[in-house]
Design a protein around this ligand. Structure first.
Ligand SMILES: CC(C)(COP(=O)(O)OP(=O)(O)OC[C@H]1O[C@@H](n2cnc3c(N)ncnc32)[C@H](O)[C@@H]1OP(=O)(O)O)[C@@H](O)C(=O)NCCC(=O)NCCS
Length: 189
């Protein structure tokens, strides 16, 4: 489902994904420097692929998805919470597609907002993710948000002709409640 909530942080605003976003995603997802970190990515998507993806997500009750934009309103990427069949558990997936915006704290702000939403609005108990062990920027971002390293799936990915390890990380409700500054979640819709 495309979230109807707008979450306002210090550096980003999370808002519903719009059809107008899709051509931007297609352009960015043609860049291997961006997609090499995205486990689910095969060939670069076409605009038709993105429409199909958008429609699938809209009708999927187990997926909550937002577009990420800067506070100035510049589209930056998207973030998704995928609810598990297990009670009160979800996986987060994020991509700042516009690589000129990497390393400016947008990812950290977006993940904190989604965690606040997950634990406070949805009352989840655990949020997890997997990432490429070599994705140091992402790992640092997740650790800043309270995720801890849980385990390593060895030679789990095949990227650019090589096997690579996948890191499993999670944050539990009790840890998050103790450690994180409360993100400013404002419901505008
Ligand atoms: C991963 C991603 C969401 C992080 O968002 P971001 O806005 O770039 O990250 P932030 O600026 O909030 O935080 C990054 C941190 O990593 C640090 N960092 C950057 N490059 C690094 C590197 N090579 N090694 C270690 N740390 C690094 C930054 O300095 C920053 O830490 P700091 O605030 O302590 O200085 C974003 O870069 C992205 O979408 N990348 C491409 C797709 C991707 O990797 N998605 C995640 C798949 S699991």
């Amino acid at each position: 489902m495309i979230s109807e909530s707008i979450l306002q942080g210090e550096k980003v605003r999370l808002r519903p994904v719009e059809e107008n976003d899709l051509p931007h995603f297609v352009g960015w997802l043609a860049d291997r420097e961006v997609t090499r970190w995205l486990a689910a990515m095969g060939d670069p998507p076409t605009l038709d692929d993105e429409y199909e993806w958008y429609e699938r997500r809209r009708s999927d009750p187990d997926s909550v998805m937002w577009s990420i934009e800067t506070v100035e309103g510049r589209l930056a990427g998207n973030v998704e919470l995928r609810l598990s069949a297990q009670p009160r558990r979800a996986e987060i997936g994020i991509a700042i597609h516009d690589k000129t915006l990497w390393g400016q704290g947008l990812g950290t702000d977006a993940v904190r907002l989604v965690l606040a939403y997950a634990f406070e609005e949805l009352e989840l108990n655990r949020v997890e993710l997997t990432t490429d062990e070599a994705n140091e920027r992402a790992i640092r971002c997740y650790e800043k948000c309270g995720f801890v390293r849980e385990g390593l799936l060895r030679q789990h990915r095949f990227i650019d002709g090589q096997f690579g390890n996948t890191l499993m990380m999670s944050v539990l409700r009790e840890e998050w409640a103790k450690s994180q500054p409360r993100a400013a979640v404002r419901r505008a819709v």
